[in-house]
Design a protein around this ligand. Structure first.
Ligand SMILES: [Zn+2]
Ligand SMILES: [Zn+2]
Length: 237
């Protein structure tokens, strides 16, 4: 099971993202060289992004080696507690949106980690913070079904909390929403999350997981190390 997962990389950035250095073609070549069967080419969008049609044209022009499947995607942050996403109008051809917790989903819009830490220091109860985050994730999955959660819960250490504080009830509700909405959940090498408890809950709920590196350079495509213990711990359950 784990071996099959590691033959895919469902989150690879190209030069369409400001902070990545390899071209789409370099990433495809690296995926084939790493023995992958599936690679999802993904770049960062905002509501103002205009290059998505150009990206799709470039993907269609790629030379794809035999045995490799190329999938498409865009990565967008969750905007607020109601489950809005920072995406432009998307043309046909984008297979999945990667739903990212780059900021905390506040009631009136995204909150940076420092702002959340300050509010917690000023008395915002961690249990309420966790409820708001998990509720937002569940809302976004229902509003935008059939997509993919990117590095889910990576926001928690940034705001001074951890996945271990989520508790079984919140994790079960989150996992059930992923299953009910056909949301893929990636196990992310760069951020090393979600952890084993969440992965076991996803399996119990019948939700599907995929592996991803979140590579920003071709040499990282398909190379897994840090998520292996997470996947082993899940297998041991
Ligand atoms: Zn991200
Ligand atoms: Zn990313």
């Amino acid at each position: 099971m784990t071996q099959a997962l590691l033959h895919g990389d469902h989150h690879v950035h190209s030069t369409f993202s400001d902070d990545a250095v390899s071209t789409l073609q370099e990433n495809v070549a690296a995926a084939a060289a790493a023995g992958l069967r599936t690679v999802r080419l993904v770049d960062h969008v905002r509501q103002s992004t205009t290059w998505v049609p150009e990206y799709l044209t470039a993907v269609r022009a790629l030379r794809v080696p035999e045995g490799l499947t190329v999938l498409t995607g865009v990565e967008a942050k969750i905007l607020d507690a109601s489950g809005g996403l920072d995406i432009p109008e998307l043309p046909a051809g984008i297979d999945r949106i990667l739903i990212a917790d780059h900021q905390f989903p506040g009631t009136d819009g995204p909150l940076g980690p420092t702002a959340v830490r300050e509010r917690i220091a000023a008395g915002w109860a961690p249990a309420d913070v966790l409820d708001q985050l998990v509720d937002a994730l569940i809302r976004v999955m229902h509003r935008h079904p059939g997509n993919q959660l990117a590095h889910c819960f990576s926001i928690l250490p940034k705001i001074g909390l951890s996945e271990s504080e989520l508790g079984a009830e919140r994790i079960a509700a989150w996992a059930q929403a992923a299953a009910d909405t056909g949301t893929l959940v990636e196990v992310n090498e760069k951020w090393t999350c979600p952890g084993p408890e969440a992965l076991v809950a996803l399996r119990s709920a019948g939700a599907e997981i995929v592996a991803s590196t979140d590579a920003h350079i071709a040499s990282d495509v398909g190379r897994y190390e840090r998520i292996l213990p997470l996947l082993d711990a899940r297998e041991a359950h």
